[in-house]
Design a protein around this ligand. Structure first.
Ligand SMILES: Cc1ncc(COP(=O)(O)O)c(C=O)c1O
Length: 404
């Protein structure tokens, strides 16, 4: 065990707390993070990072999707630094906030307002509170096992009490009958759904034909607010957001992760119908509307648009997944690759516990690429063909090692 991990385990729960415990998702045991998988980062740039032991990796975890145009992107960092030099955390909005709201509203088809917070959980919380204020109802519906952040009403696990979820109903993602039945059985304020099903360790499921149109109809028929959780996939599927990629007509949309290339920011966007409710509720956070992150978001969106980033990430994702599929097959493995090319879910067939995926992640890390065994991978504008081809070489070594 590294010295740093020994020190960390004395003063930090698990040594590596929260979201960053990459391997914990596989079997719930932090000790499962193998020693040859990086624990601590020293430095990162482009699509590479160097761990505390000096090993360099081509990264596909990318801050769980927060990295969009590459680590230490000069243009984004200059924009943020310029803002830092003008002071932090004013408790008053700046022109940047208005500018970014205008920009986001123009990018999300039906939206007419945007409210900023700090992370995806905040954006979901703002949306649910708005929906409850607008409808006067308490309940919410979510898809079974979906992750929408760490709110008590949407989370499960140790330390979470059922009382926090008494107003939460679950539906089967992608099953319109399940949703319609639930919404008609009992009035709820909102249904919170991701644009496609994106569960940890499971193949991503794309919406069945006509699903989103029927979801809209079911919400309209029951007065339910449709909240789209675009936290993970936002900025990666369509210049106008995942709602445009899938033809979704949400009432409220939650964005975060990629929009400021790693600077902490989230936005809840809404249609005109929900402006009054958003104006009535009191929701706030000391650091919400953090000006350097607002500046970083504007620069990130400029780069995304100028470089046709959506098409680039999809092309790089296809090159990677096509190559991986072929390599796996030639080594006698069958991959199960699902989800959009820009954030693929790469699993192995007949591997319900993700054991093979874990072994692969460990071996490919040793060769120099960092992938997640049970979560979506992420492409960025910084990943170029040479990086993908190098990763495919790392993958060939990993598959060979696994065969041995
Ligand atoms: C789909 C989805 N919603 C919400 C969240 C919560 O975002 P955050 O971790 O910024 O609170 C996440 C984070 O991984 C996510 O993937």
């Amino acid at each position: 065990m590294s010295d740093l991990l020994t020190r960390a385990r004395k003063v930090i729960p698990n040594g590596v707390f929260g979201h960053r415990r990459s391997f914990v998702f596989v079997d719930g045991n932090n000790n499962a993070i193998p020693d040859d998988y990086p624990h601590f980062v020293r430095q990162a740039s482009g699509c590479n990072f160097t761990d505390a032991n000096g090993h360099r990796y081509i990264d596909y975890v990318c801050g769980y999707g927060a990295m969009l145009v590459g680590f230490a992107n000069e243009r984004v960092d200059v924009a943020a630094t310029r803002q830092i030099n003008q002071g932090l955390c004013y408790s008053f909005p700046s022109e940047l906030e208005v500018g970014l709201a205008e920009r986001l509203v123009a990018r999300e088809q039906a939206a007419s307002w945007a409210a900023f917070s700090l992370n995806g959980t905040d954006a979901i919380s703002v949306a649910i509170t708005t929906a409850r204020a607008a409808t006067g109802r308490e309940g919410i519906a979510v898809a079974a096992n979906a992750y929408h952040g760490t709110l008590g009403s949407t989370s499960l696990g140790p330390g979470r009490v059922q009382a926090e979820r008494t107003a939460t109903r679950t539906v089967r993602w992608g099953c319109i009958d399940s949703l319609t039945e639930t919404l008609h059985a009992e009035a709820v304020a909102a249904v919170v759904l991701c644009p496609f099903e994106q569960l940890v360790g499971r193949p991503n499921t794309m919406p069945p034909e006509g699903y989103w149109r029927q979801v809209r109809q079911a919400c309209d028929a029951t007065g339910t607010v449709l909240i789209l959780d675009d936290v993970r996939s936002g900025c990666r599927l369509h210049p106008l957001g995942s709602s445009s990629a899938f033809g979704i007509e949400p009432d409220l949309v939650c964005q975060s992760k990629a929009m400021a290339n790693g600077y902490p920011i989230a936005a809840t966007l809404g249609t005109e119908r929900f402006r009054d409710a958003a104006q009535e509720i009191f929701v706030s956070g000391t650091f919400w509307g953090f000006a350097p992150a607002l500046a970083a978001a504007l620069a990130t969106l400029d780069i995304l648009d100028e470089h046709d980033g959506i098409a680039h990430m999809a092309a790089m994702g296809r090159r990677l997944t096509d190559g991986l599929r072929d390599l796996a097959q030639s080594h006698g493995f069958q991959l199960n690759i699902s989800g959009p090319a820009a954030l693929p879910m790469v699993l192995f067939e007949d591997d319900p516990q993700s054991k093979l995926a874990m072994e692969f992640a460990r071996h490919i890390a040793r060769s120099g690429s960092l992938v997640h065994p049970s979560h979506n991978w992420f492409l960025t504008l910084a990943h170029q063909q040479e990086d993908i081809d190098q990763t495919l070489q790392h993958a060939a070594t990993a598959f060979s090692k696994m065969r041995q």
